[in-house]
Design a protein around this ligand. Structure first.
Ligand SMILES: C[S@@+](CC[C@H](N)C(=O)[O-])C[C@H]1O[C@@H](n2cnc3c(N)ncnc32)[C@H](O)[C@@H]1O
Length: 417
C-alpha cells in the first residue's frame, strides 16, 4: 500500500490536508530498477517532502551536525504507524525522529552513543511553563569573576563567561546530587545550544554555527581577521529568548501529549549494535540516519558542549563509529541491522537514510541493501527525495552531486511480508 502511495504520489495532489503549496507544481514519481547483489531494487524518485509543504514545529530548532529535517520522519511516521506505536531512532542526534514521533502521539525510544543527545532531546518532551521558567531562572545565583578553568576568553566576555560557569556549576551540582528537575534540564538544553554561534542570540562572539564549535586557536584567528572582541551577552536573557522561539508554535495539546509520551519514553546511551534494553519484536518503525563514514566529527565538534555538560568528549569519541573505509562501515552497520531486526515487530519497518557521501561517489544506500536483507528484512525500495536547493552551504561533505537539488537517499525495509 505504501509503495502504491509512493508510485502515485504527486506533489500538488498529496492526499494530506497539511500540505500547502505556493505554486502549482506537479511532480510524478520516477521509478527505476537496479540490480544490486542479486537484489532487484526499485527506486522511487520524487520531491516527496520539502520544508515548504508543511511547516515543522519550532521545537525542532536545535542545531546538530548532519541532522535531518522533521519532514522526513513525519512522512514515514504518518503512513507507517498508528498512534501509540513505538518509533525508534538508534542514532538519535538532536532527536528529530523522537520529537516528531511524540508530537504525532507515538511512543518513543531514542539511542545515541553521545550522552549529549539525551540532554538535547529529553527536555523538549517536558516543556516548562514560560513564566514559571522565567521565575526559576531568575533565582539561579550568578556569581561574578568565575573562570572556566580552560581559556575561553576568545569566545566570551569575562562577565558572560562567569554567568556560563555559574550556570554550569549549578546544573552539574544538581546532577551529581540527582536533583535535576524539568526546569534545570530545559535550561541546560537551551544553554548548550546557545554556547557559540554566528549571531547576537548566542553567548559567544561571532563564530561558526552552533553545531560546530571551533577550537580556541581557530577562534583567535577569526577574531583577528574580523577585528572583534567578545562583547557582553546576558546569558539568562538569551535563554529566555531562545525558549520563546522554540515553543512559539507548540500548542497546549501538543505540550500535554509530549509530557505523556515522556512517561513511556526510553532513552539509551549505547552502541546501536547492543541495545538489549529494547525487547524483541517491539518497535513498529525505525527512522534513522547513521554516521556517514568519518566525514562528520561528532565528538570534536561538540567539545564545548561536552565541557558545559561535564561530558568527557574524548571518551565519547572512542565509541562513535568513525569508519575510514566503507568495509568497516559495512561491518558495523550489519550488526546494527541484525539488532534492528531483533527489536522490530513483525510487519514493522526500517527507514535508513544515508547522505550522498563524497560528492555522490559513494552511494551508501547500495551498500545498505544487502545488509538489511541479510539481517532478514525485505527491501521495499530506495526512496530518493529530490529537493530544490535553497542553501548552497554544505560544509560537511554530505551533499548532493547534482547542482540545484538536495536529496535524501533512503532504504526502506519491512520485517515479514
Ligand atoms: C547523522 S547523526 C544523526 C542525526 C539525527 N538524525 C538528527 O536528526 O539529529 C548520527 C548520530 O550517530 C551517533 N553515533 C555514532 N556512532 C554511533 C554508534 N556506534 N552507536 C550509536 N550512536 C552512534 C552520533 O553521535 C550522531 O549523533
Amino acid at each position: 500500500m505504501f509503495l502504491e502511495y509512493l508510485e502515485k504520489f504527486e506533489l500538488n495532489n498529496a492526499p494530506n490536508t497539511l500540505f500547502q503549496f505556493e505554486n502549482n507544481i506537479t511532480s510524478k514519481t520516477k521509478i527505476k530498477t537496479k540490480k544490486i547483489n542479486d537484489i532487484e531494487a526499485r527506486y522511487y524518485i520524487n520531491e516527496f517532502w520539502t520544508s515548504k509543504q508543511r511547516q515543522a514545529s519550532s521545537l525542532h530548532e536545535i542545531s546538530y551536525r548532519a541532522c535531518f529535517k522533521p519532514q522526513l520522519p513525519y512522512f514515514f511516521i504518518d503512513k507507517l504507524t498508528a498512534e501509540n506505536d513505538f518509533v525508534y531512532d538508534p542514532f538519535l542526534g538532536r532527536g528529530t525522529t523522537l520529537i516528531e514521533s511524540a508530537l504525532m502521539n507515538r511512543q518513543v525510544i531514542g539511542n545515541d552513543i553521545n550522552p549529549l543527545s539525551k540532554t538535547l532531546a529529553e527536555p523538549r518532551l517536558l516543556i516548562p511553563e514560560f513564566n514559571k521558567l522565567k521565575e526559576y531562572l531568575s533565582n539561579i545565583p550568578l556569581k561574578k569573576g568565575l573562570k572556566a578553568g580552560i581559556d575561553l576568553s576568545m569566545f566570551y566576555h569575562p562577565d558572560t563567561e562567569s554567568e556560563i560557569v555559574s550556570l554550569r556549576n549549578y546544573i552539574l551540582t544538581k546532577e551529581k546530587n540527582n536533583e535535576l528537575n524539568e526546569f534545570d534540564k530545559w535550561i541546560r538544553m537551551v544553554a548548550t545550544n546557545r554556547l557559540t554561534g554566528h549571531s547576537k542570540g548566542f553567548f559567544s562572539v561571532y563564530t561558526m554555527p552552533p553545531n560546530q564549535a571551533v577550537l580556541p586557536e581557530r577562534q583567535i584567528k577569526i577574531n583577528e581577521k574580523r577585528n572583534q572582541k567578545p562583547e557582553y551577552r546576558n546569558a539568562k536573557e538569551l535563554i529566555l529568548r531562545k525558549t520563546k522561539s522554540l515553543i512559539r508554535n507548540v500548542t497546549d495539546i501538543q505540550k500535554k501529549r509530549l509530557k505523556s509520551r515522556h512517561k513511556t519514553a526510553m532513552f539509551l546511551n549505547k552502541d546501536a549494535r547492543k541495545t538489549s534494553e529494547i525487547p524483541d519484536s517491539f518497535v513498529q518503525l525505525t527512522v534513522t540516519s547513521p554516521p556517514f563514514l568519518d566525514i562528520v566529527q561528532y565528538a570534536k565538534d561538540n567539545w564545548l558542549r561536552g565541557w558545559f555538560n561535564g561530558v568527557n568528549i574524548e571518551e565519547v569519541e572512542k565509541g562513535i563509529t568513525m569508519s575510514k573505509t566503507v568495509e568497516h562501515w559495512i561491518n558495523v552497520m550489519q550488526e546494527v541491522f541484525n539488532e534492528l531486526y531483533r527489536i522490530t515487530k513483525q510487519g514493522g519497518y526500517v527507514v535508513f537514510e544515508v547522505g550522498e557521501v563524497k560528492n555522490g561517489k559513494i552511494k551508501l544506500e547500495e551498500y545498505v541493501i544487502p545488509l538489511g536483507t541479510k539481517a532478514g528484512f525485505k527491501l521495499l525500495g530506495i526512496i530518493i527525495n529530490e529537493q530544490k536547493f535553497t542553501k548552497t552551504a554544505n560544509i560537511w561533505g554530505v551533499k548532493n552531486n547534482n547542482k540545484g537539488t538536495n536529496s535524501n537517499r533512503i532504504a526502506l525495509f519491512k520485517k515479514g511480508d
